[in-house]
Design a protein. Structure first.
Length: 136
């Protein structure tokens, strides 16, 4: 998506919204995070991702990342506004996971290149999930 150029009136309007939004953001956060579930979930997911990235072989790391995607997607599917996205995320994770045994059986450079492609697809999917939640 290309960046849209803004004129000075639009920039002033956005600045005003940011100032007003910033004042209310703390109150909104307190309301939606009243029992710390959201902040704990974010912390937990971050810790799990860090552990997944530092795990053994590339295949093991990929499997742990896919586990996290699936776990998060099941939770997201409970929210009606995210059910469609969560279903798509689960399908993509499943598609990647189904290919892992095949890639593991490949020898040499082609196996490594294919594993890198699966890693890229998994990273893209994680990025999409994270940015989707930040946009909400």
């Amino acid at each position: 998506m290309a960046a849209k150029k803004l004129d000075k009136n639009q920039i002033a309007a956005i600045s005003s919204l940011i100032v007003v939004g910033t004042k209310g953001a703390a109150e909104v956060w307190d309301v939606i995070n009243k029992d710390d579930r959201i902040s704990n979930t974010i912390r937990n997911l971050g810790g799990q991702l860090a552990h997944a990235v530092s795990s053994g072989s590339p295949q093991a790391r990929l499997e742990k990342q896919l586990d996290l995607i699936e776990e998060y997607s099941f939770k997201a599917a409970e929210r009606p506004e995210q059910a469609g996205d969560a279903t798509r995320w689960l399908r993509q994770a499943s598609s990647i996971r189904e290919r892992l045994p095949l890639v593991a059986s490949m020898k040499g450079r082609s196996g490594k290149n294919t594993m890198r492609e699966l890693q890229r697809r998994t990273s893209d999917l994680l990025g999409e999930i994270i940015s989707r939640d930040l946009d909400d």
